[in-house]
Design a protein around this ligand. Structure first.
Ligand code: PHE
Length: 511
C-alpha cells in the first residue's frame, strides 16, 4: 500500500533526503522559508509514517550583559584606569586621589584596581606613608580577557559549547565578574529514519487533505477527491492573549464563595483605623511592642480618630486597668485615651472584626453570627521575597453559644479542605486577644512541607465583655495570610510576583 502524505510533507521529505544528515529545525525554517509550526507538523506526519523524527538538544548561548557591553565600548575598568595613568605619564598615585580623578563608582573602581594588580600592571604599597599604587609594567597589551571580550563586538552571541578551552577560562572570568548573560535554548534536530532515506518516492502518494469542505466542493462533487483532516483534540490550541481576571482576584472570589457556602457573610471596615479598634479593644496594652513605630504605620493626617460610645470606651479602659467585669485583673496601668485616638493603617483585619462586635452590641443581636473579611492590611516591613508591607488577610469570626475549640478546628479544616488542602494541623500559639490560641498549618504535597497559614483562637473575655458578649456566648476567631496561600496555589516563589505582575505568568495562569 502506498504511503499518503501531504504535498508539503513530501516537499520537506525531498529536501531532507538531499541533506543526507541531520539538520536543525531552525535552519530548515530559514532555508524553506516556512513557519516553524508548519515544519514541525510536517515532521509529525513523517514520524507517523515512520520516515523521520526529531531529537532535542539544549544549547546555551552567551552574550555580554548591559554592563559587559558598556565595557566593550569604553574598556574594562582596569583598562579605563590604566589609560588615566598613561595619558598623563603618571607612575605612582595615591589611591583616594585616583578614585576621585577616575570619576568611577567606588565598587567598580576597586574591581578595576584588583584586576590591574592581577594583570601585574601595578602594585600597591603604604611604604611611603600613603596608600599608593605604583606602575610596575612597561607595556600594557591587550589581555586574553579583552581579546575574548572583543569577540562579542563582531558577533554578539556565541554557543557555549563552541568555546575553546582557553576561551572557557576567559568566559569563566567574565561570568564571575557578572558581565555575561547565559540563555538556555532547546533546539530540535530533524532526521530521517532508515526507511525515510531508502524509500522509493514512487511508493509515496500525494494526499489531498482539506480542513473543511466548502459548499462549492459539494456542488461540483470535488469533495470526493479529498480526505477530510481529522481533528487532533490532544494538540494545544493557539495561545489566546485575552484580557482576564487577575489570579489573585480569582483566588479572593474563590475564598469568598467558600465562606458564603459555609453560611458566612462578608464584612468590610476602614483601612485608616484608630489604635482603639486595632489594639486597645483587643486587650493589647498601650506599651505593647507590636504598637511600636517599626511595625505600625501611624498617620499624621488625620491625626486623631473618633472613639465609639463613651460607655464602651470606658468598658475597654476598665478592662485594661482592672479587668472590668470580665473576671480578669486587667493590665493594671493607667489607660490613656489619647493613645487610643491615634490613627494608623490597620495592621490586621481583626480591627474590622471588633467593629463587628461593636455593631452586635449596638443592634442587640443574638447568636449565631458568622462573618468573614478578605482585606488589606499594612505593616512597616522590609519588602523581600517573602514579605510585603501591604498585604491581605482572610479573617473570620463565629459568635455562638457554647462554641468550642473543636468547632473552630472543624471550620478551619472545612475551609482548607474546600481550598484543596486535605491535611491541616493546629498548634498552640499566642495572641494577646485569644485564649486558647492556635496556629494553623496546611500540608502542601508538592513541597512535602507544612506551611504556616495564620492564627486563631477564642477571644478572651477581656475582648468580648466590653461588647456585652458574655459566657456562654463566645467568639471563635481566625486570621490568615492570603498571599501565602496564593504563592502555594500559583507556585510562585517570590511574593512580589503577585503584585508586580510578570506578564508571562499572568498569561499562563488559567482562568
Ligand atoms: N490578627 C492576627 C494576625 O494578624 C491573626 C488572628 C486573628 C489571630 C484572629 C487570632 C484571632 O496575625
Amino acid at each position: 500500500m502506498k504511503i499518503k502524505l501531504k504535498k508539503q510533507v513530501i516537499d520537506i521529505l525531498k529536501v531532507l533526503r538531499r541533506k543526507k544528515s541531520e539538520i536543525y529545525a531552525t535552519e530548515l525554517v530559514n532555508e524553506l522559508d516556512i513557519d516553524y509550526i508548519v515544519l514541525m507538523s510536517a515532521v509529525n506526519d513523517l514520524i507517523d509514517a515512520k520516515l523521520g523524527g526529531f531529537k532535542e538538544e539544549e544549547i546555551f548561548s552567551i552574550s555580554l550583559n548591559e554592563e559587559g557591553i558598556s565595557y566593550l565600548k569604553k574598556g574594562l575598568p582596569e583598562r579605563q584606569l590604566i589609560n588615566i595613568l598613561l595619558k598623563d605619564k603618571i607612575k605612582e598615585i595615591e589611591i583616594n586621589n585616583y578614585l576621585k580623578t577616575s570619576n568611577m563608582d567606588k565598587k567598580i573602581f576597586f574591581v578595576g584596581i584588583s584586576n590591574m594588580k592581577k594583570n601585574r600592571w601595578v602594585t600597591q604599597s603604604k611604604a611611603t606613608g600613603e596608600n599608593k599604587l605604583f606602575l610596575i609594567a612597561e607595556e600594557f597589551p591587550e589581555t586574553g580577557l579583552e581579546k575574548f571580550m572583543n569577540k562579542f563586538g563582531e558577533q554578539n552571541q556565541f554557543n557555549y559549547s563552541d568555546l575553546t578551552k582557553v576561551e572557557l577560562i576567559q568566559y569563566d572570568i567574565l561570568n564571575k565578574r557578572k558581565l555575561i548573560n547565559k540563555i538556555q535554548k532547546t533546539h530540535r534536530i530533524i532526521f530521517l529514519t532508515g526507511k525515510g532515506k531508502k524509500i522509493n518516492l514512487s511508493e509515496i502518494e500525494e494526499l489531498k487533505q482539506v480542513g473543511r469542505i466548502t459548499s462549492e466542493m459539494i456542488r461540483d462533487g470535488t469533495w470526493k477527491e479529498f480526505d477530510l483532516k481529522p481533528f487532533d483534540v490532544t494538540k494545544p490550541g493557539p495561545l489566546l492573549k485575552a484580557g482576564k481576571i487577575h489570579p489573585v482576584i480569582n483566588l479572593i472570589n474563590e475564598i469568598r464563595e467558600i465562606f458564603i457556602s459555609m453560611g458566612f457573610t462578608e464584612i468590610r471596615g476602614p483601612i485608616v483605623e484608630s489604635a482603639f479598634f486595632n489594639f486597645d479593644a483587643l486587650f493589647q496594652p498601650q506599651d505593647h511592642p507590636a504598637r511600636e513605630m517599626h511595625d505600625t504605620f501611624y498617620l499624621n493626617n488625620p491625626k486623631v480618630a473618633k472613639l465609639p460610645e463613651k460607655e464602651r470606651v470606658k468598658a475597654v479602659k476598665d478592662t485594661h486597668e482592672n479587668g472590668g467585669d470580665s473576671g480578669s485583673q486587667g493590665w493594671r496601668y493607667k489607660w490613656d485615651e489619647n493613645v487610643a485616638k491615634k490613627t494608623l493603617l490597620r495592621t490586621h483585619t481583626t480591627a474590622t472584626t471588633i467593629r463587628r462586635l461593636a455593631q452586635y452590641y449596638r443592634n442587640n443581636e443574638v447568636p449565631p453570627i458568622k462573618v468573614f473579611s478578605i482585606d488589606r492590611v499594612f505593616r512597616n516591613e522590609k519588602v523581600d521575597k517573602t514579605h510585603l508591607a501591604e498585604f491581605m488577610q482572610i479573617e473570620g469570626i463565629v459568635i455562638g453559644d457554647n462554641v468550642t475549640l473543636s468547632n473552630l478546628i472543624a471550620i478551619l479544616k472545612e475551609f482548607y479542605r474546600k481550598m484543596g488542602f486535605e491535611k491541616i494541623v493546629t498548634r498552640p500559639g499566642f495572641f494577646p486577644y485569644t485564649e486558647p490560641s492556635m496556629e494553623i498549618a496546611v500540608y502542601y504535597d508538592k513541597l512535602g512541607e507544612w506551611v504556616e497559614m495564620g492564627g486563631s483562637g477564642i477571644f478572651r473575655p477581656e475582648v468580648t465583655y466590653p461588647w456585652g458578649i458574655k459566657n456562654p456566648t463566645r467568639v471563635l476567631a481566625w486570621g490568615m495570610g492570603l498571599e501565602r496561600l496564593a504563592m502555594l496555589k500559583f507556585g510562585r516563589k517570590d511574593i512580589r510576583d503577585l503584585y508586580i505582575n510578570p506578564i508571562k505568568w499572568l498569561r499562563q495562569e488559567s482562568y
